[in-house]
Design a protein around this ligand. Structure first.
Ligand SMILES: N[C@@H](CCC(=O)N[C@@H](CS)C(=O)NCC(=O)O)C(=O)O
Length: 199
């Protein structure tokens, strides 16, 4: 039984979704970011954290990839070209897409008011739009970034797509919107979303 620490309204949602995709047994401890109890598990006080037996794993990407590797689904094996290409999409999801959303969030409500800069949003939106255009090209006619099969980066990108919509950033029409709709209509996503809404 896995234990997921972190409110499903945070990036813990990714792990929740992955646990649902894999059909695994888990409990959720819906701790808010920066809760003092987190520091023993993650010195930065951030969520999510996955408890697997005696071990705590931090960082949503590492956790999702760990679960995929361990349970042999939604990933190509390490040391293959396909895995390198998949990891490239994973890094694209975090560097090119998530960073725009997280920086905007930090300058909207996370950082102390005196450290926030309004102009940052404009630059983030510019970079986000560039990333969506690159995604459109890399995706082509594929259902998922790696082709026919849903893999870890699709989950990360799907989460970011929902994040973008929630702050009113439109996604480009065509293959990108169809992709995000496809990823976010997966039964595991729908179930995880219902859990988040009830939280
Ligand atoms: N790279 C980490 C980032 C985790 C993260 O920043 N989580 C946010 C909530 S979504 C948090 O706990 N923030 C607290 C803070 O920034 O102090 C991951 O993907 O898990």
């Amino acid at each position: 039984m896995y234990k997921l620490v972190g409110s499903p309204k945070t990036r813990a949602f990714r792990v929740l979704w992955m646990l649902e995709e894999l059909g695994l047994a888990y409990t959720v401890v819906p701790t808010a970011p920066r809760d003092p109890s987190l520091v023993a598990l993650n010195p930065s006080g951030k969520v999510p954290i996955l408890i697997d037996g005696e071990d705590a794993i931090i960082d949503s990407v590492a956790i999702c990839q760990y679960l995929a590797d361990k349970h042999g689904r939604f990933t190509s094996p390490a040391g293959t070209i396909k895995r390198a290409q998949q990891d490239s999409f994973t890094q694209f999801a975090t560097d090119d897409v998530e960073s725009c959303l997280w920086t905007t969030a930090k300058h909207t409500f996370v950082l102390p008011k005196e450290l926030r800069t309004e102009d940052v949003q404009k630059a983030c939106r510019y970079d986000f739009d560039r990333a969506m255009s690159a995604l459109s090209q890399r995706l082509g006619d594929n259902d998922y970034v790696m082709g026919d099969a849903f893999t870890v980066p699709d989950l990360l990108l799907g989460h970011c797509g929902g994040w973008a919509r929630s702050i009113g950033w439109p996604l480009p029409e065509g293959n990108v919107t169809a992709y995000f709709d496809r990823v976010r209509s997966r039964p595991a996503y729908v179930k995880a979303k219902a859990i988040r809404e009830a939280a």
